[in-house]
Design a protein around this ligand. Sequence first.
Ligand SMILES: Cc1cc2nc3c(=O)[nH]c(=O)nc-3n(C[C@H](O)[C@H](O)[C@H](O)COP(=O)(O)O)c2cc1C
Length: 246
Amino acid sequence: MTPPPYAEYRRAIIESGVRIVETAGSNPKEHIDDFKAHGLKVIHKCTSARHALSAERMGADVISIDGFECAGHPGEDDLSGLVLIPVTADKVKIPIIASGGFADGRGLVAALALGAQGINMGTRFCATREAPIHDRVKEFLVKNDERSTNVIFRKLRNTARVGKNSVSDQVVEILARPDAKFEDVAHLVRGSKGRELLESGDLDKGLVWAGQSQGLVHDIPSVAELIDRLIGEATALMGRLEGMMH
Ligand SMILES: Cc1cc2nc3c(=O)[nH]c(=O)nc-3n(C[C@H](O)[C@H](O)[C@H](O)COP(=O)(O)O)c2cc1C
């Protein structure tokens, strides 16, 4: 609603010694130029192969390619990772990270098979012990299944996938009205409300950003446990796949 002071954010990032930054959204050129001039690596997250190609031309070091399954903004093309990841891998020369819908070792192996060099997980990390959000939000992610999301803002061409709760249900209902505008839902979707929700655990306060991968989230491990498990699953799975070839 109010554009953030991006130049000031960049200064804070650069001055604090961060080495790797993920940008997202349209036209990252000014961010990439500034970060690269200061020696940072830039991962640009996008939702289409054509945007990946243009970010590569602008100097991004890595592309994070986000399929329709993802939490947050999946773009307007509605391409699942199963197509989007290999299509992008075929087109760009820089490494790609697969994003959207990944939560376990099976997803990691699938992403590698599709041409990615790694995965990004958003929703899965929210349900870890270290995530600085209320336990009720973590339990909400565990309880939800893969169908428990709402896709909102399509008519505003700013499509977003969020967890299904009373607030996102209301947003869907209001924006379905023919003459509805962003102003009609602004009071519901404010970032400050989402923040209150994450802090208080009151699940009717605002939006909860969550993706279809909720269907793969069944517990609240520590980050170390999660990563160990994921690598263990992926390693066992690769051994099994290898065996299938003989
Ligand atoms: C709580 C939460 C907040 C997010 N906020 C942002 C954001 O501010 N900007 C952004 O580009 N993506 C945001 N995302 C999207 C993630 O960066 C990532 O693309 C997405 O979570 C990947 O899909 P997954 O949740 O299925 O792993 C957010 C995701 C979650 C779960």
